[in-house]
Write a protein that binds this ligand. Structure first.
Ligand SMILES: Cc1ncc(C[n+]2csc(CCOP(=O)(O)OP(=O)(O)O)c2C)c(N)n1
Length: 391
């Protein structure tokens, strides 16, 4: 397993991983600080999003606490022409690619479908159908080959593709098909598997009998396991294999061994299927803590950490207020993109809803929900009132 930063924050490049260690020479002190800042920022964002979901402001939240090093490190290992195909938990990678974090919250409130432009951002839309994004990525990477944008030696032309997926997704046929087509077509591509050890309540052991980094071997895609809680390993190994892919060496599989500290989503109760001891074991391997220890040993002072904490709080306030201010989209929107042309069934459903909305005395039932939800506490119960008045 490739690891550069040990649990107690010591930096060491073993000889066997020197080819990756060289990539650390690209980093400046500012990069190390940026890694920490972004990991802390996305964690603060994540905690705030969970709180917003609990307050009824989001339909669902998908926490990525514990996976910050895997995501921020690999996100920064992706080059300026490369394309990224995420699953649904890659908020950290999104941050490294300038995605407006509010657009992620809007999606989980149900008022947009992602909202960012994959052509401009090179960060494609979240995919909830497990493994589907692996096929999209492989198809895109085959297109890069067909366009001749590999191994030209021109950094403005050469491109690679990275796709993110979980341990559970490796059991999907789509991932196997993606690996096979990638190998046969020698696509410029990295398969980045975040093994966070749980696929909802199914353990990795129930998904595979071989280490996941070897999953591609039978298809002709070699792989490596990294300590996914080490941001430096994640950065260096991703950068190396993205470079190789751009230079025509074909696809590679990276398994980032990490842990999902929180729930699968806010609809999940992980205490039903895993022990506190296991969670504590991984909390002790927190990716932020080990980078913090390393930075402090390098002489980074408290002022920096205070500033990171303050800017995280400012971000949390900003997204909280922006979420409270979100209006609902016009209700016709949910019908408008079902078919490209008018369809009698859709028209009938829309007319029914319009009639239903009109049956309310004021501007309509859905319109009420644009009012921030009020929580009214009584001594015995907490009542959530969606109607904008006293419960
Ligand atoms: C094709 C498909 N099957 C099942 C699901 C339901 N589902 C959503 S997330 C999930 C677990 C995925 O686990 P993993 O791939 O390890 O990723 P993680 O959620 O841990 O990041 C399942 C089974 C789905 N979204 N798509």
């Amino acid at each position: 397993m490739v690891q550069f930063l040990s649990m107690d924050g010591k930096l060491h490049v073993p000889d066997e991983w020197a080819q990756y260690g060289e990539y650390l020479n690209r980093l400046t002190e500012a990069d190390y600080l940026k890694f920490y800042r972004d990991m802390a920022r996305i964690r603060r964002f994540d905690n705030e999003a969970t709180a917003l979901q609990r307050q009824g402001q989001l339909g669902l939240w998908i926490p990525a606490i514990g996976q910050e090093a895997a995501q921020i490190g690999s996100g920064y290992g992706v080059g300026p022409n490369d394309h990224i195909f995420p699953s649904y938990r890659e908020h950290g990678v999104a941050l490294t690619h300038g995605i407006d974090l509010m657009s992620i919250l809007k999606m989980l409130r149900g008022v947009n479908h992602g909202g960012w432009n994959p052509d401009e951002t090179r960060f494609h839309l979240y995919a909830i159908v497990l493994g589907s994004q692996v096929l999209h990525a492989t198809g895109y990477a085959m297109g890069v080959n067909f366009d001749g944008n590999v191994a030209t030696g021109n950094p403005d032309v050469d491109q690679a593709v990275i796709t993110y997926f979980g341990d559970g997704a490796t059991a999907e046929g789509d991932v196997s098909e993606g690996l096979l087509f990638a190998a046969i077509n020698k696509t410029p591509q990295v398969f980045f598997c975040q093994n966070n050890q749980w696929a909802i309540s199914s353990s990795t052991a129930s998904q595979t009998t071989v280490p996941l980094f070897r999953r591609g071997e039978g298809f002709g895609v070699n792989g490596v396991r990294i300590d996914g809680n080490d941001v430096l390993a994640s950065y260096a190994v991703t950068a190396k294999h993205m470079d190789d892919a751009r230079n025509g060496l074909g696809p590679y599989f990276i398994e980032a061994l990490t842990y999902r500290i929180g729930a699968h989503t806010t609809s999940d109760d992980p205490t039903k299927y895993r022990s506190n001891e296991e969670v504590d074991y991984w909390k002790a391997r927190d990716p932020l803590k080990r980078l913090e220890i390393f930075l402090r040993e390098q002489g980074v002072g408290q002022v920096f950490f205070d500033d990171v904490a303050a800017s995280g709080d400012a971000l949390a306030e900003e997204i909280r207020l922006a979420t409270f201010a979100l209006a609902n989209p016009p209700f016709e929107n949910m019908f408008n993109h079902v078919y490209s042309e008018p369809h009698p069934l859709i028209e009938e459903q829309m007319a029914w809803l319009e009639n239903y909305e009109g049956s309310f005395e004021d501007e309509g039932h859905l319109a009420h929900q644009t009012t921030a939800i009020q929580v009214v506490e009584t001594p015995d119960v907490i009542q959530v009132n969606n109607e904008g008045g006293a419960a």
